[in-house]
Design a protein. Structure first.
Lengths: 109, 177
């Protein structure tokens, strides 16, 4: 399985201010610009990378939903029209409903 | 001296032409073989292309592995035209920067690559610089990058880092004086 979590992601998860470069995702190509003051090992990095990848994979549902949700604008428009069809909701969300209604009235179709 | 008239412009030849000379107007009424102008000719062209993935968390400029070209100018009067095009990736945690460096020293101010607000994002870039190094020693031109925070990448940030995406190429040309 391909890694979505890069080596630098794993290093930053271990030490958030680490200064490193990695070429071609090769664990043996790490250049420590800060001389690795806490002596982070390759084993620690790979363990953290696996841990983060597992967490990432567990949230596939979230990414799938985010990709398919309507835009915020469309969601808000749907919400306003739902309120517009219900007198009780118009009163309950009066300020929100009237603010948008006023703009619609100012610029009619 | 043989004199011929061509379109009311005298052609004056008293000796033989040297290799590479051009027939050129030398005044409003005369012409002759003259050495070709050298200025602006491209003396040499070198390039390197990176197709794999580079990532850094450095907040100071660092050389990007393999995006480097060494060139030795033929004359101190030569200019060096450097162009780099490729892909830079950034994430939601900070801005990324690139610059062109000669022998490790940035030649231009960092070029700002704005962070994307919510997710990783790749940008295609081209950056050029006309250098006047006044040197005939070997010079090393390279792409440098850094990040405010988080990780910046050369060749793909989105998707899977283990997949190599896109390419970044540095081309260096010696422009003769």
């Amino acid at each position: 399985m391909a890694n979505n979590i890069g080596i630098t992601d794993a290093i930053l998860a271990i030490k958030s201010d680490a200064q490193v470069s990695v070429n071609s995702e090769d664990i043996n190509s790490i250049i420590w610009h800060d001389d690795n003051p806490t002596n982070i090992t390759n084993e620690q990095i790979l363990t953290k990378q696996t841990e983060l990848q597992t967490a990432y994979d567990a949230e596939v549902w979230k990414r799938n939903r985010q990709a398919e949700y309507p835009s915020w604008q469309d969601q808000m428009d749907m919400l306003w029209h739902s309120i517009d069809e219900n007198a009780e909701l118009k009163q309950k969300y009066f300020a929100f409903y009237e603010a948008i209604k006023a703009v619609k009235a100012k610029y009619p179709k | 001296m043989a004199i011929t008239t061509l379109n009311n412009r005298s052609i004056n030849r008293s000796d033989t032409a040297a290799s590479g000379q051009l027939w050129t107007a030398t005044s409003a009424t005369a012409s002759d073989f003259q050495a070709a102008a050298a200025g602006g000719k491209i003396g040499q062209v070198l390039s390197a292309t990176k197709t794999d993935y580079f990532a850094t968390t450095s907040t100071s400029l660092v050389n990007v592995t393999d995006v480097v070209v060494a060139i030795t100018p033929a004359a101190t009067s030569s200019k060096i035209w450097v162009t780099i095009s490729g892909t830079i990736g950034t994430d939601a945690t900070g801005n990324a920067y690139i610059t062109i460096a000669r022998d490790g020293t940035a030649l231009i101010s960092d070029i700002f690559d704005s962070q994307h607000t919510s997710t990783s994002y790749d940008y295609i870039f081209t950056v050029d610089y006309l250098d006047s190094p006044s040197s005939t020693s070997e010079l090393s031109y390279t792409l440098q990058t850094k990040k405010d925070n988080g990780t910046t990448t050369i060749n793909s940030r989105t998707g899977t880092p283990s997949d190599d995406r896109g390419q970044t190429t540095i081309t260096v040309m010696e422009v003769l004086a």
